[in-house]
Design a protein. Structure first.
Length: 200
């Protein structure tokens, strides 16, 4: 490996270290309580080093959002092969909750964090986030074309279904299901999704 390649690898590794540390801190302590110095201390580097890669914590937060939503989108795409639109919506909901269970810290900064990034506000068209919601609306639209959700507005249906699965995912991520035995949680979530899918 040449000098140039080694330097590029070191830069990549440093970015990953910064992002991983920031993700953990944002999730554990909240965006407002995290500083660039805290991130630097977490990976045991000087704060000046962090500024070589990111101008502020808002930029880090935005990159974490994009990474999380990119992975989230891939998870959603994994169910698009299902032909029956209601079965696909059920699988879509499962994929949503599964993402939250597999990546709770990402889910936290993507959907639960109270403080939105300044960088997010600067972007009128946020592709990474918008396309995930558009995919949900596409699946609902196809279900409507198959005779389901009669008389329901598309935007209302999308918001309602998103709110339903988001509620379950948030309860899990924020550890509000601790009173339940662990082995009951997944079957309970699956049952709730089946209950909703049968209603339409």
């Amino acid at each position: 490996m040449g000098v140039k390649e080694r330097k590029e690898r070191q830069k990549t590794e440093m970015r990953e270290a910064i992002l991983n540390a920031a993700l953990k801190l944002f999730s554990d302590e909240g965006y407002d309580n995290v500083t660039m110095r805290k991130i630097a201390d977490k990976i045991e580097y000087s704060v000046g080093t962090i500024y070589l890669y990111y101008k502020d914590k808002s930029e880090i937060f935005f990159e974490l959002h994009n990474r999380g939503f990119a992975e989230f989108y891939k998870k959603q795409l994994s169910v698009q092969h299902i032909k029956d639109p209601i079965e696909r919506l059920y699988a879509h909901g499962e994929a949503y909750v599964q993402f939250a269970m597999e990546y709770p810290e990402y889910y936290d900064v993507m959907f639960i964090s109270r403080t939105p990034s300044k960088e997010l506000k600067k972007n009128d068209h946020w592709i990474e986030g918008e396309r995930t919601y558009d995919l949900l609306k596409l699946n609902i639209k196809q279900a409507m074309e198959a005779g389901h959700f009669k008389g329901v507005d598309l935007e209302v249906a999308a918001f309602s279904l998103w709110s339903f699965v988001h509620g379950m995912a948030s309860l899990y991520v924020r550890e509000r299901l601790m009173m339940m035995p662990t082995e009951f949680i997944k079957p309970l979530i699956q049952g709730a999704l089946q209950f909703l899918s049968r209603a339409y």
